[in-house]
Design a protein around this ligand. Structure first.
Ligand code: MD3
Ligand code: FE
Length: 213
């Protein structure tokens, strides 16, 4: 028998954590943020290759990437130059409930997956506060999420994430490779097509960036 994948400590899946109306309120907040912080398509360090997902952020800091500057957190949108929209209270509330961390998250990365978007296996390591968990919220179409270990090329497991599911990645899970293999198009009616042509999936990830002394 092949060796099984063992779930890392600190991984918590909360299926159906958010009600339909809570999910709708978060989508409304993403739509309301568009004027100050429209979705843009980030590019990879060095190569300038565009990512498959579009992004924006909430909070005092937002995760950005481009050819010259690489992966980093910035206080302003790369195209509008405006500060990021404030973190919705509902997100701060979830963070306080689930992250078990003494200070609030400064950043919430918003990923928009079109039906054909994916995200390759990677580790999130651009934060100073890597002792803080990441809290992830899935909205819209279902997706196949893949979780590995701390080294590239190790065993992985996949699971389907649905709209309203929340994942908390703390402890050892915080250091694990992960990605999105695929979206299952047309599996949710949450995203209004006038704002999200083709539908797809929104993922919100809250992160603590700065260390506290
Ligand atoms: C495991 N997002 O934004 S969320 C990301 O669904 C990202 O958009 C995926 O990976 C998405 O960086 C996956 C679940 C997730 C988020 C952060 C993690 C899993 C994680 C950080 C460490 C380990
Ligand atoms: Fe990630």
């Amino acid at each position: 028998m092949s060796t099984p994948y063992v779930m890392p400590d600190g991984f918590r899946l909360l299926p159906g954590k958010l009600s339909r109306s809570e999910q709708q309120a978060l989508i409304e907040a993403v739509i309301a943020a568009q004027e100050k912080a429209p979705f843009w398509r980030p590019t990879m360090p060095r190569t300038g290759q565009p990512l498959s997902v579009k992004m924006t952020n909430f909070g005092m800091l937002g995760w950005v990437t481009d050819k010259i500057g690489g992966y980093r957190y910035e206080p302003c949108h790369p195209e509008t130059g405006e500060t990021w929209p404030t973190m919705p209270d509902a997100l701060t509330g979830l963070w306080r409930e689930l992250a078990n961390y003494p200070v609030d998250a400064e950043a919430c990365l918003v990923n928009w997956y079109a039906p054909d978007s994916k995200m390759g296996l990677h580790i999130d390591w651009d934060e100073e506060a890597t002792d803080a968990a990441v809290v992830s919220i899935s909205l819209g179409d279902k997706a196949r999420f893949r979780l590995g270990g701390p080294k590239r090329g190790g065993k992985t497991a996949s699971m389907v994430l649905s709209s309203g599911d929340v994942v908390v990645l703390g402890g050892a899970a915080r250091r694990c490779y992960h990605g999105i293999d695929r979206i299952y198009p047309g599996t949710s009616t949450l995203l209004p097509p006038d704002y999200f042509p083709g539908g797809g999936r929104i993922n919100l990830t809250m992160r603590r960036v700065k260390r506290v002394s």
